[in-house]
Design a protein around this ligand. Structure first.
Ligand code: DGL
Length: 274
């Protein structure tokens, strides 16, 4: 097709911007609609039934309004629950999800002690437990459900100051040490968390690999699009930001998003343009 693909990137809040960042580096020629379900945030503390209902109704409206060629559910809490429902409801649209990167963590861990840092919803999912059973049976896996990190990340993106203590408390349970071994890999299984990466690196009791699956998600989205939409010459990606409440994003948030987009534009291209 001889036009830019339109990619809808959906999250409960601003965390999906970490996935958008990787997508825009992979497909700078696409048009992006970023949607934050501020009406439903936070998903991580809600029941499975509530999350399903919120995502289905928000996505329904967004598809009607923006007619995307691909939808990226940039939220682990939603993806571990609703992908089959979304695919059944809109079989003509490819959906790409975000699920905990347990396989790569298990593969690169030397100590065989890994942690999955996620929302309480994601750590409770059967989907997450199945991934551990399938890919990390040789590891001891700590499932760490954080009640505050997603909100702290939202505050940080809105330009508020965030206390080191508050973050250190949330990540502390990820660090285990026994029998001369200690945790060496932590899966960032909530898309909000890479927004706080600098804090994590600085506040960790010892260095670990923090695993952010965003680049892999971006490659997957590119794969599902590339038959119909081969990559075109690089141009300024279109970008629309939507809150499901209809609220306008605050100027400070727009500024943060602008800085993020400028950084992406300066990064070396993930692929040759043509
Ligand atoms: N960004 C979402 C995720 O990846 C969760 C944040 C929330 O609790 O709504 O899980």
């Amino acid at each position: 097709m001889n036009r830019a693909p339109r990619i809808l990137v959906f999250d409960s809040g601003l965390g999906g911007l970490t996935v958008f960042r990787a997508l825009a580096a992979q497909r700078p020629d696409a048009d992006y609609v970023y949607a934050a379900d501020d009406l439903g945030f936070p998903y991580g503390l809600k029941s499975e039934e509530d999350v399903k209902a919120l995502v289905l109704s928000a996505v329904e409206r967004l598809i009607a309004d923006h007619a995307p060629d691909c939808v990226v559910i940039a939220c682990n809490t939603a993806s571990t629950l609703v992908l089959p429902l979304l695919r059944a409801r809109w079989p003509e649209i490819p959906f790409v999800g975000t699920v905990p990167a347990i396989k790569p963590a298990a593969e690169l861990s030397q100590s065989r002690l890994i942690s999955v840092l996620a929302t309480p919803g994601t750590v409770a999912r059967d989907y997450t437990r199945d991934l551990i059973e399938k890919f990390a049976s040789a590891c001891e896996v700590a499932l760490v459900g954080s009640t505050h990190l997603a909100e702290l990340a939202e505050a940080y993106m809105q330009g508020e100051s965030v206390a080191d203590d508050a973050i250190a408390r949330e990540i502390a349970p990820c660090f285990a040490s026994h029998d001369g071994r200690r945790t060496d890999a932590v899966v960032l299984a909530c898309t909000h968390y890479p927004l706080l990466q600098d804090f994590f690196t600085r506040l960790a009791p010892w260095p670990v690999r923090w695993i952010d699956p965003a680049p892999a998600i971006a490659r997957r989205a590119d794969q599902v699009l590339s038959d119909r939409f081969p990559a075109h010459a690089v141009r300024d990606a279109g970008f629309t930001f939507v809150f499901t409440s209809g609220a306008a994003p605050a100027p400070r948030l727009l500024k943060t998003i602008d800085i993020l987009r400028q950084k992406i534009a300066r990064e070396p291209r993930a692929r040759a343009s043509g």
